[in-house]
Design a protein around this ligand. Structure first.
Ligand code: SF4
Length: 152
């Protein structure tokens, strides 16, 4: 039988491994695609985020960090929530750009359900419209620290 103490050590070890190798799931919640394009440049050989242990994956069940851009439209709100719930713990959410923070240029539109933190908890805010790739990478690295139980 496993004791509570060894379970804690096991979880610590898993979290240590996780913080050095996070799988990132991008989610465009209805923005202009500017942030999504900047995020794509991060996974190009020029930025080479794999040197930090960051890998982009398309499955919420295998993802550690959810990266959301856009103001969250009413059509995508329930899908976003379901995807967030499908992700295993520990997990972190990174909000890209001004849209998830304040609805940005979409503020006042009839079909916007955001800001993002009304729908799911947000761990890291990355400002900009759109944010630069360096800022996006920095935001994901901060989220890695949260997953490993460390602030960076
Ligand atoms: S923050 Fe700016 S670039 Fe990003 S989705 Fe919104 S409008 Fe587009």
């Amino acid at each position: 039988m496993t004791s509570g103490k060894s379970l804690g050590l096991k979880q610590k070890f898993i979290n240590h491994c996780r913080k050095k190798s996070v799988w990132v799931l991008p989610f465009n919640s209805g923005g202009c695609n500017g942030c999504a394009i900047e995020l794509l440049t991060c996974v190009s050989p020029r930025s080479d985020v794999e040197r930090f242990g960051i890998l982009v994956k398309g499955s919420p069940r295998h993802a550690d960090v959810l990266v959301v851009d856009g103001p969250v439209t009413t059509k995508l709100k329930d899908r976003l929530l379901r995807i967030y719930q499908q992700m295993p713990e520990p997990k972190a959410v990174v909000a890209l750009g001004s849209c998830p923070a304040s609805k940005g240029i979409f503020d006042g539109c009839y079909d916007v359900a955001g800001p993002l933190d009304k729908i799911i908890p947000v761990d890291v805010w990355v400002p900009g419209c759109p944010p630069r790739p360096e800022a996006i990478i920095h935001g994901i690295i901060k989220a890695m620290g949260k997953i490993g139980g460390l602030e960076r």
